[in-house]
Design a protein around this ligand. Sequence first.
Ligand code: AP5
Ligand code: MG
Ligand code: ZN
Length: 209
Amino acid sequence: MKLIFLGPPGAGKGTLAVRASEILNVLQISTGSIFRAAVTAESPLGLKVKAIMDAGKLVDDETTIALVKERLAMDDVQKGYILDGFPRTIPQAQALAEFSAVDKVVNFDIPDANVIERLSGRRVCRKCGYNFHVIFNKTSKEGICDRCGGEVYIRDDDKPEAIKKRLEVYREQTAPLIEYYRKKGLLLDIDARPLIDEMEVIFKKAIGV
Ligand code: AP5
Ligand code: MG
Ligand code: ZN
């Protein structure tokens, strides 16, 4: 199955994508995680995108599309994938349609207040990228990832100013994708407010597995 997870920052796309990829036995492709890995590695891509990401703005379409096109050409995603955080603009969606046909677009419906609560308490594993939360998804040992023992940290774009900017960018550039995919008959709306275990049940019901 080829899925897109669409929704505002902090909606829980990445968290549900980890579980959904295990349920469906497909890989999660997160453009945000790929960019963060490039920043950590201080690669040319990382040096180019760091300031943009820290400010909560979008990386340019050309760079992002080229990255995803190359990733989706690999063998390990031919039977399916979950695109988490791509496309985020109409030009990205149009480009994607030229190189891959998705089955469904899961739209995470959630108010800003929940998003702000989730992002302000997020802690991310430096090693495996898993998303914890100081209230909703705690690590058993403070500061240490339960999955891999890595160190957990606060993302640079989870500061209040960057969160505000990301919500603005979402509304201006990404939200128009909801109608774009609805018109194509691909959209599945899900209420993204419930807690993580319930989200898994909601997701399975929505896609019929
Ligand atoms: P990206 O990494 O994609 O960030 P984002 O869209 O802002 O989304 P987040 O990762 O912040 O949120 P999420 O929905 O994954 O929520 P999560 O599961 O972590 O992108 C980062 C940056 O990279 C962009 O700003 C841009 O610069 C660049 N970029 C990436 N893709 C791009 C593209 N296509 N084009 C251009 N630029 C691009 O959950 C959040 C928190 O809530 C966690 O703490 C989690 O534990 C908790 N939580 C999750 N689910 C629940 C739940 N059900 N109940 C309670 N708490 C929950
Ligand atoms: Mg994410
Ligand atoms: Zn980890």
